[in-house]
Design a protein around this ligand. Structure first.
Ligand code: ATP
Length: 427
């Protein structure tokens, strides 16, 4: 974990938030490479679950919604975690994360925990100039509710038929009691969520289909599948409206913990919003005219936990060499161009033309500093799959040396074939 955190900072993936002011506990900013990796993860997800499917459409809702949404969804009353405080050191913990009969993990004293108290995790703010109760609003704690609240508009405009889904990627905020473990648990994070609307009788089939799709995603994005474990949430621990919920857990260096979730939510959400808003949120079957409230399967993914699991899964050490074996399609840079020598203008000019040509197709990095070995190491650490060296032979023979990140092997490729050579390896 320390190696990942240090590489992430050193190479510009993730920086501590507000660092020049001493930081802000558990807040992180994504740097130049982090934002590329994040965007690539989100684009891959959108491509896989929205663009490649006829039964999916997307939305992007406001982060702050009418507070009645959170009243109807049950979040205002129930989106709580049990909080305990150690009376000795005043450190706070989630009661379900520690053993209350044991010593305090912070001060090691025993018997000082307060009785657990429910703490609402919604982050509050005020809209408008007056900080009064009537102006209180909340930053959304999940992206999901917007898909229910906009269900009718989406249905009317997209004219989708059951089964179909609404997808959204966006920020969510939770006043977590114990954030930590780098980007694993923060108070501001991003989710990729789908509400998949179905007929009640088909829920088991769709649940299984989404379970399979989630495994396909895990593979596609480059998460080590052998470190992912399904956890069936047993009766009594699931939300009362859910007949089946499954967590996908990952072996992080700090333990096996949640990566993604999959839940059958029945018609709980649409029903609540229908009752609270007074709007008819039913689906009318175009053939039979039958009206029904669709049921929902909800697969949910955290962007930040994905990025962490991807970094942990792709980190490799081979002697002195450190490399990230990221799937080429999500690597921040697809290729790096190296003129063999930095002081030969004809070589530089020639390499520059290759660089600008490749840039039209995918992100490419230019590097003419130091020796070639160091340039390879530098690209390996950020997961660039192809390093292209332009030498004097290139001028004559119109070809370059392509070096492959994972094996360290090399091949001469004609310059006119470079774009297609790399593009076919980005699928
Ligand atoms: P946990 O049990 O770890 O608190 P959760 O069950 O509350 O998670 P969900 O409400 O199912 O999480 O949220 C969906 C997804 O959003 C999670 O699977 C996770 O990937 C991500 N996520 C949730 N909370 C956080 C957080 N505080 N920081 C980063 N990602 C989060």
């Amino acid at each position: 974990m320390e190696k990942i955190v240090s590489l992430a900072k050193r190479r510009g993936f993730v920086f501590p938030g507000s660092e020049i002011y001493g930081g802000l506990a558990n807040s992180w900013d994504y740097g130049p490479l982090g934002v590329e990796l994040r965007n690539n993860i989100k684009q891959l997800w959108w491509k896989m679950f929205v663009h490649s499917r006829e039964d999916m459409v997307g939305i992007e809702a406001a982060l702050i919604m009418n507070s009645k949404v959170w009243e109807a969804s049950g979040h205002l009353a129930e989106f709580t975690d049990p909080l305990v405080e150690c009376k000795k050191c005043h450190e706070r913990f989630r009661a379900d994360h520690i053993d209350l009969s044991a010593a305090c993990p912070n001060c090691k004293e025993k018997g000082y925990f307060t009785t657990p108290k429910n703490f609402n995790m919604m982050l509050k703010t005020f809209l408008g100039p007056a900080e009064e109760e009537a102006n209180t609003v909340y930053f959304r704690p999940e992206t999901a509710q917007a898909m229910f609240v906009q269900f009718k508009n989406v249905l009317q405009t997209s004219r989708k038929r059951l089964p179909f889904g609404i997808a959204q990627i966006g920020k969510a905020f939770r006043n977590e009691i114990t954030p930590g473990n780098f980007i694993f648990r923060t108070r501001e994070f991003e989710q990729m969520e789908i509400e998949y609307f179905i007929r009640e009788g088909e829920w088991e089939t769709h649940f299984e289909a989404w379970r399979k799709s989630m495994h396909e995603w895990i593979k596609a994005v480059g998460i080590d599948e052998s470190k992912v474990h399904e956890l069936e949430i047993p009766d009594g621990e699931r939300a009362h409206y859910s007949k089946r919920t499954m967590d996908f857990e990952f072996d992080y260096p700090f333990g096996q913990k949640e990566l993604y979730g999959l839940a059958y939510r029945g018609d709980f959400d649409l029903k609540n919003h229908e009752t609270a808003s007074g709007e008819n949120l039913k689906y009318r079957d175009p053939e039979t005219n039958e009206e029904l409230l669709p049921h929902v399967i909800e697969p949910t993914w955290g962007v930040d936990r994905t990025l962490l699991a991807v970094l942990l899964s792709s980190y490799e050490e081979d002697g002195e060499r450190v490399f990230l074996k990221l799937p080429p399609k999500i690597a921040p840079y697809k290729a790096a161009i190296f003129p063999l020598l930095a002081n030969k203008p004809e070589l530089i000019d020639f390499a520059r033309t290759i660089y600008t040509d490749l840039q039209k197709h995918f992100p490419v990095m230019w590097d003419d500093r130091g020796n070639i070995g160091k340039r390879y190491y530098s690209q390996d650490e950020i997961g660039t799959p192809f390093c292209i060296t332009v030498d004097f032979d290139s001028l004559e023979k119109q070809d370059v040396t392509v070096r492959f990140r994972d094996m360290g092997t090399q091949e001469r490729i004609p310059i006119k074939e470079l774009v297609s050579f790399i593009t076919t390896r980005l699928m």
